[in-house]
Design a protein around this ligand. Structure first.
Ligand code: MV4
Length: 416
């Protein structure tokens, strides 16, 4: 393991055989200093590096640097990471692969008049997106031709500030979409299969709050079509390891490629619970050259994950770092907790506010929701504020219980 000053008390440091200190709390001085990580690998004789799901996990230059020193990067090739790294480019690539895209313009011509003619042809409302963007930054909805040029200018300004690149793409705006993603794994022979979907529509400011599988919106036909599209996407770039193809799904169940995450994701446990795949084990096996069976997998049960964050849901989800004074995790059949915190642990303010994942599995959605309520009621975390009360209210929300939610859900949600 490697660790920063802020993580000296983290359990992975104790659990591993050897832990190497790589610098102070600020990620730019530790976890993003890849020379130090490579030095730690050399010093300990590590053959491979698992990059986790933040920091360097989608950094093609780091994957190349691993290759250069003869350490296996557990993940896709640098070329596959790069192919999906830029929005416009990945969309052009996926169009060529035959993966469905939102009608739009992803080309190089950035002349404002030309872009406007493209928007007029697509039909309003359109979305202007920064080509280099991600996570919802640098997006503008434009509802009429008259408003286009002003919005374009504003979007380009924002893109230049955030990404040092003001290229944009234009798409038809999909109203009230769902965010449904497909888990894929690919091997070194170029073959991929899918492990079904996760519905991640309950998000706030592009941060996912809860995820579930199967999606309450899914049909066998839609899963087959989305699964095939995801495999096409992965095989087109010879994707190796575990990855996720994200789609927008409209109310008519049309689906469109949004982006591909070339890493293992936070929400992977729900897929593990319903398919019996240990995805981290698969990642390691694939990195050693093991070939996958090539079979696709359907959810055998229903799983829900609630992200427990050190945030105050009664104060606009404001971060709430500090010392955990009491900690009791729920247990029992169908309950899984993935966490690194314990009573006495101090959550640093330097990193992400997620402190635990509560994952429940049931025979069906109703049983999973009942289990989640019970587990949330049992969960004790004192000393800091957490999102547990939010999740508890969500599990009773009529639209959530009905499976009737979109990416707009949180815009109307209020804590009681
Ligand atoms: C869209 C869209 C509607 N129409 N594209 C947001 C993040 C970025 N990855 C893509 N996003 C969106 N793209 C078209 N053509 C709506 C969103 C969007 C969204 C997507 C997934 C999950 C949450 C979202 C919240 C707001 C907007």
């Amino acid at each position: 393991a490697v660790y920063s000053d802020a993580d000296a008390q983290a359990p992975h440091v104790r659990a591993c055989d050897e832990a190497v200190h790589i610098g102070p709390a600020d990620p730019k001085d530790s976890y993003l200093q890849w020379e130090r990580i490579l030095a730690a690998a050399e010093q300990t004789g590590a053959q491979a590096i698992h990059p986790g799901y933040g920091f360097l996990s989608e950094n093609a230059a780091f994957a190349k640097a691993c290759e250069a020193v003869g350490v296996t990067f557990i993940g896709p090739s640098p070329a596959a990471i790069e192919a999906m790294g830029l929005k416009a480019q990945s969309k052009r690539l996926m169009a060529a692969a035959g993966v469905p895209l939102v009608p739009g313009y992803h080309g190089d011509n950035q002349d404002p008049g030309y872009l406007k003619s493209q928007a007029d042809a697509i039909g309003y409302p359109v979305l202007v997106k920064a080509s280099a963007g991600g996570g919802g930054k640098g997006m503008r909805i434009v509802s009429s031709s008259d408003a286009f040029l002003d919005a374009l200018q504003a979007c380009k300004r924002e893109a230049l500030n955030s990404f040092a690149n003001d290229d944009v793409l234009i798409e038809k705006y999909v109203q009230r979409p769902r965010h449904i993603e497909i888990q894929v794994i690919g091997d070194q022979s170029g073959k991929a299969c899918h492990l079904s979907e996760r519905d991640c529509s309950v998000q706030r400011r592009h941060q996912k709050l809860t995820e579930e599988t199967p999606s309450p919106f899914m049909t066998p036909e839609l899963r087959k079509a989305m699964g095939e599209a995801a495999i096409k996407a992965a095989e087109y770039i010879a994707y190796e390891g575990a990855g996720t193809v994200e789609f927008l799904v409209d109310k008519h169940r049309n689906f469109y490629f949004m982006e591909m995450n070339t890493r293992i994701q936070v929400e992977h446990p729900i897929t593990e619970e319903v398919t019996d795949y240990d995805l981290i084990r698969e990642q390691i096996k694939i990195a050693t050259g093991t070939l996958i069976s090539g079979r696709n997998h359907e959810p055998k049960q229903h799983a829900i994950e609630c992200r427990i964050n050190a945030e105050d849901p009664y104060a606009n989800f404001r971060p709430s770092p500090g010392k955990i004074t009491a900690f009791h995790a729920p247990g029992g059949h169908g309950v899984r907790i993935d966490t690194h915190v314990y009573a006495g642990y101090t959550i640093p303010s330097n990193y992400d506010s997620m402190i635990a994942k509560l994952i429940v599995t049931g025979r069906n959605r109703q049983q999973a929701i009942e289990r989640m309520k019970r587990a949330l009621d049992e969960f004790i975390i004192e000393g800091i504020k957490t999102t547990i009360p939010f999740h508890r209210q969500l599990m009773d929300h009529p639209d959530y219980v009905a499976g009737n939610y979109t990416t707009k859900f949180m815009e109307d949600f209020e804590m009681k």
